[in-house]
Design a protein around this ligand. Structure first.
Ligand code: ZN
Length: 160
């Protein structure tokens, strides 16, 4: 069957940046997701629509269809005192924070100054072009429960 909404697809994938460095790859050889449920970035999802088991594809995904553009206003300086309870602040540390709308987002410490810490609320891959090499391993219909939950159950999915 083809990959379409409410299909569960198993993939092998490798994600590289424009320099050919591997950013990410499917763990334990495979990655399983529910198509049409925003489980993966839109640019990759749309490229996979209509593919069948055995297909291989290379997809270049721009920031708008990936993890978003890099926005300067998501970068802010906060007093180091704010991190009193977290112990030693180090570059690259990640925290959950709340944006002004109350949404939880992940922020990364991008610079440490004398009294201030620069935190970046952009996704680490925001603004980057993403180069995926994907092989479709398996495609099946999702169960009603998986569709209702919006994610895959079973061996590689959620256990509950
Ligand atoms: Zn579930």
């Amino acid at each position: 069957m083809q990959i379409e909404n409410n299909a569960v697809a198993t993939l092998h994938y490798t994600l590289k940046d424009n320099d050919g460095e591997i950013i990410d790859q499917s763990e334990d050889g495979s990655f399983v997701y529910l198509h049409g449920a925003m489980n993966i970035i839109p640019g990759l999802e749309s490229a996979l629509t209509g593919k069948v088991a055995g297909d291989s594809l290379s997809v270049k995904v721009g920031p708008e269809e990936g993890y978003g553009v890099h926005e300067e206003d998501r970068i802010q300086e906060v007093p180091k005192d704010m991190f009193e309870n977290t112990g030693d602040i180090q570059l690259g540390m990640q925290f959950h924070a709340e944006d002004p709308n109350g949404n939880t987002l992940m922020v990364t410490v991008s610079e440490i100054k004398d009294d201030m810490v620069v935190i970046d609320g952009n996704h680490p891959l925001a603004g980057k072009e993403l180069n995926f090499d994907v092989k479709v391993v398996d495609v099946r219909n999702a169960s009603e429960e998986e569709i209702a939950h919006g994610h895959v159950h079973g061996e590689h999915g959620h256990q509950h």
